[in-house]
Ligand binder design. Structure first.
Ligand code: GLU
Length: 425
């Protein structure tokens, strides 16, 4: 089966929200989570749906569906990206929102969790169509968003341009320039230096911490990176800078293998001049996405999307360390197979928390009006990621459990305190 078809099938078969609940259940049991808190965590606190008629360039009107799910505001305003993809559905956004709640708590930042999405194929849309769609979505969500309420950010297929449109539309509707209502903005609109590379940089930092614990020397290790968007390509670039040999890369159009190492700068340049995809890249032998996942490497970084490592391929995975740049790339069944094999998995809610951490710095800079240099941002972000890694590592040692369950336990411990001290009706 073609890779993209297989990915779509995986996506439709797995319900990411159920995958989240399975991990929540295990963590809740181990830590003896308060049963009320457990019930609260099992459901999103708010789910907003909208249908958006948008005039397309050909004069016809197309109706798009959009979602914003606020999972929790127990520890602060809800935070999380907005993604544009044909896969977007209610269950996916619900899971992604819950993961944001846990991710922010793991990173020790004072936010709850949310996620938004629009079901669309942005690769077939013009800039004007994307702008009208983004403005329509902002209009529909204007009472959900807010600097102290719910703060969107980029996610799959969205970036600084979409954030700039959201700021503009929101500011017009509310009658005052409000850059802090989103993060991941262009620098000239109050974006933070270091934000665009923050997720990939954080994945690298988490990887280095894990490798040190495992006694692996980056200069002697090989890595495969799945996904070559903002997260995958920047992760690969930082891995290369740390001495890891990147033997395979991929995106939804192609995967390449080169035992001598892929030149990541060349691959990024090729992608940038090739409509954002790596199909046709000459720096390696063409392989399938499935082959990439099961290559003989030390480190595997899935940085594409949900449900890539499943019960069908987990047993064949040879990497000693998996670092999840994507949200939800590993199913619960796969987790069990991997943990039995002794594969260390650094979970998404820890590994890719560098992005939302620098989003938090951006939001703080917007509020104070004082801006940091890129070095200051990076130094601070590295420190926060290392701290989060060690908090989760120590929790996993204490409870004799995997890094994923430990991350849930660490996050739930903080959320439990928040909910209990604030109380409810
Ligand atoms: N979309 C990113 C994530 O999944 C960033 C979210 C944010 O910065 O709010 O972590």
């Amino acid at each position: 089966m073609a890779d993209s078809k297989k990915a779509k099938q995986n996506h439709e078969e797995e319900n990411p929200f159920e995958e989240m609940i399975k991990r929540l259940d295990v963590a809740a049991k181990i830590m003896k989570l308060d049963s009320e808190v457990y019930e609260i965590m099992k459901k999103p606190s708010k789910l907003v749906y909208c249908s958006m008629p948008v005039k397309m360039d050909n004069g016809k009107t197309k109706v798009f569906e959009g979602f914003r799910v606020v999972h929790s505001t127990a520890l602060g305003p809800s935070k999380g990206g907005v993604r544009y993809s044909t896969y977007v559905n209610e269950n996916e956004v619900m899971a992604l929102a819950a993961w944001m709640t846990f991710k922010c708590a793991v990173a020790d930042i004072p936010y709850g969790g949310a996620k938004g999405g629009i079901t669309c194929d942005p690769s077939t849309m013009s800039k004007g169509e994307l702008e009208r769609l983004t403005r329509a979505y902002t209009n529909a969500m204007v009472d959900v968003f807010g600097v102290d309420k719910d703060i969107p950010a980029p996610d799959m297929n969205t970036g600084p341009q979409e954030m700039a449109w959201i700021v503009d539309e929101y500011s017009k509707l509310k009658g005052g320039f409000t850059p802090g209502v989103v993060t991941g903005k262009p620098i000239h609109l109050g974006g933070s230096l270091g934000r665009s590379e923050a997720t990939g940089r954080g994945v690298m930092t988490a990887t280095m911490e894990a490798m040190a614990k495992m006694g692996l020397n980056p200069a002697k290790c090989r890595a495969a990176v799945q996904g070559f968007g903002n997260v995958g390509s920047i992760t690969a670039k930082h891995y290369e800078a740390k001495g890891l040999k990147i033997v395979a890369i991929s995106d939804h159009t192609a995967a390449f293998y080169n035992p001598d190492g892929i030149d990541i700068d060349k691959a990024i340049k090729y992608r940038n001049s090739n409509k954002g995809v790596i199909k046709g890249f000459k720096g390696g032998k063409l392989i399938s996405n499935e082959e990439l996942l099961t290559l003989n490497v030390d480190v595997l970084a899935p940085c594409a999307m949900e449900n890539q490592i499943t019960d069908e391929n987990a047993a064949k995975i040879k990497a000693k360390l998996i670092v999840e740049g994507a949200n939800g790339p590993t199913t619960d069944e796969a987790d069990h197979i991997l943990s039995k094999k002794g594969t260390v998995v650094i979970p998404d809610i820890l590994a890719n928390g560098g992005g939302v951490t620098v989003s938090y710095f951006e939001w703080g800079q917007n509020r104070s009006g004082l801006y940091m240099t890129e070095d200051e941002v990076n130094t601070k972000a590295d420190h926060w990621m290392k701290q989060a890694f060690h908090n989760v590592w120590n929790t996993s040692v204490k409870h004799k459990t995997t890094m994923r369950i430990a991350a849930y336990i660490y996050a739930l411990g903080k959320i439990e305190l928040g909910i209990k001290s604030r109380g409810h009706y």
